[in-house]
Ligand binder design. Structure first.
Ligand SMILES: Cc1cc2nc3c(=O)[nH]c(=O)nc-3n(C[C@H](O)[C@H](O)[C@H](O)COP(=O)(O)OP(=O)(O)OC[C@H]3O[C@@H](n4cnc5c(N)ncnc54)[C@H](O)[C@@H]3O)c2cc1C
Length: 430
């Protein structure tokens, strides 16, 4: 009973009409959400919404930008394709169209997500940036504050699903002499194509999948790219023995231990690509799958960049020591002139900036503290989708588990509500 009184108190306290009456002068409003609030309308948020829809649980999706999948639509380069074959990137309950290629383009992937949202009637509230979310232990509800075009809204809900992604904010490193450098310095989230860099000397900082692919794109647009390779890196062919490297690895892992699969991948890579260390790309001590499993560091799936490095069209440099007006000084003492710098330095989670909670998410990196596959559920109805460092496949797994868990609580609560209402009715009616 106490539980329901608290719930009713919560509802009354945050009833929008009541709030509007008492807060006439302010543009802020309050809304009770019957079901979870999902923060983020990227693939993970959409997957969670679709799974909840299938279970008949209502929800609200809040998205800071003006479209779904803003990372893919607004912050990626034109030539981007899915890095993994489409069958490993499907969201729950909807496959990719048969006429899509194995590696769909970003336009095709966006179309797939738009069709997905349409199929499950997912209508995110756009231009709503969640700035603060905190569990109110007195009320037993989450209070989620978002800033939108029409002012501030506080959503009050039982469950909160964090779907803001592993790539919410670009990482921009501080490099000595940055203010002095005369040319543009841009993060890859702002890079669209090599068109504007024609004949320019461009230094790409970072050798993950994005950095390597941007270099290739620059080559194809007749720019002169160089790449900074600071750490060791595993470069693998995207396909081997007529199969996708990712698919083959998944299949082999069913039968063989990870170390053996790693050894196999490295031998085939050596036969196909040669010794990458000869070109300045030293391999890590751990194998590609073991490293991914332990640190989340993804191997580079080569789509042609290595050939350009071998031919000398792309030059490899070590870490940067400092930038000068028109040049870059490297830690090996070399100084080279450049017209522009592109930072392929990755992204980070933004969860600690808005979620006020100390248990589930690490304040340091904004990821769930519990390792995969246990990071999806926290306390008091808090969930995370898409933080497994396992791409879209991991997000789909999270979404299904979250919807099942929320449905279970939802059914229990519905039963209790019914029993509560029945207890208020006169005996003859109940
Ligand atoms: C270049 C690139 C290529 C990739 N290729 C692949 C691939 O081939 N296969 C694969 O499996 N994975 C790939 N990934 C991994 C990628 O993370 C996933 O594809 C996917 O985008 C993750 O979805 P998400 O919904 O978790 O995060 P996102 O797509 O980042 O979506 C999160 C959403 O949350 C919104 N948001 C963030 N903060 C707030 C806030 N405070 N309030 C409201 N909304 C907020 C953002 O605007 C965004 O729309 C790639 C990533 C990159 C960067």
């Amino acid at each position: 009973m106490e539980h329901y009184l608290r719930e009713r108190e919560g509802k009354q306290l945050h009833d929008p009409i009541r709030i509007e009456k008492t807060k006439n002068s302010s543009s802020s409003r309050c809304e009770y959400v019957d079901g979870p609030v999902i923060v983020g309308a990227g693939p993970s948020g959409l997957a969670a919404a679709a799974c909840l829809k299938e279970k008949g649980v209502p929800y609200v999706v809040l998205e800071r930008s003006n479209c779904i999948a803003s990372l893919w639509q607004l912050k990626t380069y034109d030539r981007l394709r899915l890095h993994l074959p489409k069958q490993f990137c499907e969201l729950p309950f909807l496959g990719f169209p048969c006429n899509f290629p194995t590696y769909p383009t970003k336009q095709q992937f966006t179309k797939y997500l738009e069709d997905y949202a349409k199929k499950f009637d997912i209508r995110p509230r756009f231009n709503e940036t969640v700035a603060h979310a905190e569990y109110d232990s007195t009320l037993g509800f989450w209070r989620v504050k978002s800033a939108g075009l029409k002012g501030e809204t506080e959503y009050v809900c039982r469950c909160l699903v964090v779907a803001t992604g592993e790539n919410a904010e670009p990482v921009v490193p501080q490099i000595e002499g940055m203010e002095e450098f005369g040319g543009p310095i841009r993060h890859t989230s702002l890079y669209k194509s090599g068109d504007e860099y024609r004949l320019k000397r461009v230094l790409v900082v970072g050798c993950g999948n994005s950095g390597m692919e941007v270099c290739l794109d620059l080559c194809n647009h007749k720019a002169k790219p160089s790449i900074v390779v600071r750490d060791t890196v595993h470069v693998l062919p995207r396909e081997m023995l007529g199969k996708s490297t990712f698919g083959l690895s998944m299949w082999l892992l069913k039968w063989l231990p990870m170390r053996l699969v790693d050894r196999f991948l490295l031998i085939v890579s050596w036969l196909m690509l040669g010794d990458t260390a000869r070109f300045g790309l030293d391999r890590p001590r751990l194998g590609p799958l073991e490293l991914k499993n332990l640190s989340g560091k993804t191997p580079v799936l080569d789509v042609g960049t290595l050939a350009k490095i071998k031919s000398g069209d792309i030059k490899v440099f070590p870490s940067i020591k400092r930038l000068k007006r028109h040049a870059v000084e490297f830690v090996n003492g070399k100084i080279q002139n450049f017209d522009a710098i592109i930072l392929a330095t990755g992204y980070r989670s933004n969860v600690p900036s808005w979620l006020k909670e100390g248990q589930m998410f690490s304040k340091k990196d904004g990821f769930p503290r519990k390792a995969f596959p246990n990071g999806w559920k926290g306390e008091y109805g808090l969930y995370a989708v898409g933080f497994t460092k396992r791409g879209l496949l991991g997000a789909s797994m999270d979404a299904k588990k979250i919807a099942e868990d929320i449905e279970r609580c939802w059914k229990v609560e519905a039963k209790q509500k019914l029993a509560f209402v029945s207890s208020l009715l006169p005996r003859s009616l109940s």
